[in-house]
Design a protein around this ligand. Structure first.
Ligand code: KG4
Ligand code: ZN
Length: 339
């Protein structure tokens, strides 16, 4: 079954054709980075306008690169939540209109569940596993029971992981978008140059939650007080030390969850999954089975949307035509898509 997947939740205008949940026939991603760079952040109104202008061309390109006619598409899916409401509305409306006019099944997909599915475009992974979802808008540690069923164990109580990278990069003028800019700079720096504070691990209900406000304050306002004797204040050293602490915060909660649940399969998804330090740290863990998406599938893309949608269609789950976009990730403990 060939599925068209559309992703417009933020600043990537993306469409892909994926067969049977796994075989990527095309994966077109048109980034809006140049449009938002001068503002050093995504401007929602600019984002949704660009999606409106680009979506038809991006979908046509996905069909062309897959080498198929529109009539070969057997299902259509789009990200319905969470994300920027105007941007979501463009891709979702386009997908619904196309599916309706072609009498095809349609499914609206949760962006974070799609990120968690991304590594399964490469190889199937047995459930349950622990999921670390780290993007620009969300930081979620979860236990995944199925492709559409996760238990949120912990989340950020302030900034998302990617957001912290973006804010530090913006403050120091390290480049846009901030996550990749800091990651690149950090490769040339000394991660021990600064000893930034780690937020303490909570007990009880919030034992897996993370926080970035303390680290952000330390890096931005009190930098020199964390400098180790003999170390130098350079962009590379700031980036390396910040990156280490920001990722170690995630890892401390993840390792705790591994210990508590006894689950030793870990799946990482979202833009921050591209982080070189995070990948290195987890890839050498002998006691864990760790799955990352390839770098090309870490950020927002249509393939993860088409891929996860196949599983819904296999179960006969489709959405109704008045499905509306939702800017928020559903805020309840067990998140289950109702179909
Ligand atoms: O998943 P994504 O593409 O979009 C959202 O759903 O938010 O994630 C984007 C986030 C941004 O905050 C970006 O700075 C961050 O992922 N990011 C990274 C890296 N590449 C992208 N953060 C750390 N290291 C990276 N290499
Ligand atoms: Zn994303």
């Amino acid at each position: 079954m060939k599925i068209l997947g559309i992703e417009t939740s933020c600043d990537e205008c993306a469409a892909a054709i994926v067969e049977d949940g796994r075989h990527i026939l095309s994966n077109v991603i048109m980034t809006q980075i140049p449009l938002h760079e001068r503002y050093q952040g995504v401007v929602p109104e600019i984002a949704s306008r660009a999606h409106i202008e680009w979506i038809t061309g991006v979908v046509k390109r996905a069909l062309f690169e897959a080498g198929i006619e529109p009539s070969s598409i057997e299902g259509v899916a789009a990200t319905a939540m969470p994300g920027l409401i105007g941007s979501l509305a463009v891709g979702l409306s386009f997908a619904k209109a196309l599916a309706w006019s072609m009498k095809l099944p349609f499914k609206g997909v949760n962006h974070m569940l799609a990120h968690l599915y991304a590594p399964q475009l490469i190889e199937p992974i047995d459930y349950p596993f622990l999921g670390l979802l780290v993007s620009g808008g969300h930081t979620i540690l979860c236990r995944a029971e199925d492709f559409n069923r996760i238990e949120v164990l912990g989340r950020t109580i302030d900034d998302a992981a990617g957001e912290a990278f973006d804010k530090v990069a913006k403050y120091y003028g390290f480049g846009y978008p901030g996550g990749a800019a800091i990651d690149n700079l950090a490769e040339k720096g000394d991660e021990k140059a600064f000893k930034f504070p780690m937020p303490s691990l909570h007990k009880g209900e919030h034992r897996y939650d993370v926080s970035y406000s303390g680290l952000k304050t330390a890096v931005i306002y009190h930098l020199s007080s964390y400098l180790r004797p003999g170390a130098e204040v350079t962009p590379e050293n700031i980036a390396a030390s910040f990156r280490k602490t920001a990722i170690d915060i995630l890892l401390s909660r993840l390792y705790r969850a591994v210990q508590d649940t006894g689950i030793n399969t870990v799946v990482v998804g979202g833009g921050v999954a591209a982080n070189a330090y995070l990948r290195r740290k987890l890839e050498v863990k002998q006691d864990l089975y760790v799955y990352f998406p390839p770098i090309s599938l870490c950020g927002d893309n249509g393939a993860m949307v088409a891929g996860i949608a196949w599983h819904y269609f296999q179960r006969g789950e489709t959405d109704i035509w008045n499905l509306a976009p939702n800017s928020r990730f559903a805020d309840f403990k067990w998140h289950q898509e109702d179909g």
